[in-house]
Design a protein around this ligand. Structure first.
Ligand code: GLP
Length: 250
């Protein structure tokens, strides 16, 4: 695993965007696995800037997102489809038909999971999967549990995840209790993984993820078993990991 430390969120975002852009430049038709949450927003802004300058094109690129709330459609401001349109897709030249996110309104959850697995397979798998880490160690919406769930599935969101994500919803709004998410196998089959972390509130889980035991109770700990992981973080998020003696590049 490579670990890169930046002084702050801006530097971390720039480093993450650099790695994503390198993939797009070297393989324009690459399959990017994308994430939501606050962490990747700075990287998306940087990619948009490079696209506007003419340094980057996503004309051939395919994007497949990790997850979506069940019950929220693409027009809902808190849906992940809406988020991705706002934060990235509508500002770059990616073709709409090349962007994939689970359908939060799909009436048959099992059929939607099967469909999404097929989407990933048909794309030929994911070249680079971008991941954030939830405070309880979730990746995508793979919540702590007793087993690593393998492919796309419907999850009941934990109280702590719903509380953490309440910041994206207006006061008093109902936060969905379920979500579709790629499974651990779908994520682990990505050829490369880029984990982005920022802020002191992630320091402890980052340390546990990469130095603790690999257990379903800490879903992100499975990343220790992936052969090609790059972790980019700001100083605050990497502070506890650094104390364990992990080798960190500047
Ligand atoms: C959500 C997403 C995750 C994301 C997490 C962390 O729960 N489903 O994919 O990693 O939030 O969000 P943030 O980056 O805002 O800390």
């Amino acid at each position: 695993m490579r670990i890169y430390e930046a002084a702050d969120y801006r530097g971390m975002s720039r480093r993450a965007a650099n790695i994503i852009s390198a993939h797009v430049i070297l393989k324009p038709a690459c399959v990017l696995g994308l994430a939501t949450g606050r962490t990747p927003v700075g990287a998306y802004q940087q990619l948009i800037e490079w696209y506007r300058k003419g340094d980057l094109s996503f004309r051939e690129t395919r994007a497949v997102n990790l997850d979506e709330y069940r019950g929220l459609g693409p027009g809902h401001p808190q849906s992940y489809r809406f988020f991705m349109q706002e934060q990235l897709f509508s500002h770059i030249d990616i073709r709409p038909e090349n962007t994939f996110i689970p359908d939060g309104l799909a009436p048959d959850a099992d059929a939607e999971c099967r469909r999404y697995n097929e989407v990933i397979r048909t794309l030929g798998g994911i070249d680079l999967q971008l991941l954030g880490i939830g405070r309880n160690g979730h990746i995508g919406f793979n919540e702590p549990g007793r087993a690593f769930e393998l492919e796309t599935h419907l999850v009941d969101l934990s109280a702590s995840t719903r509380a953490a994500n309440a910041r994206f919803f207006p006061d008093g709004a109902e936060i969905p209790g379920q979500a579709f998410t790629m499974g651990i196998k779908s994520i682990m089959q990505a050829r490369r993984i880029l984990v982005a972390v920022s802020g002191a509130e992630k320091a402890e889980i980052v340390m546990r993820a990469f130095t603790g035991p690999v257990v379903p109770g800490v879903p992100c700990s499975i990343l220790q078993l992936h052969p090609d992981v790059t972790l980019v973080g700001d100083r605050a998020a990497l502070a506890a990991l650094r104390k364990t003696g992990a080798r960190i590049c500047g």
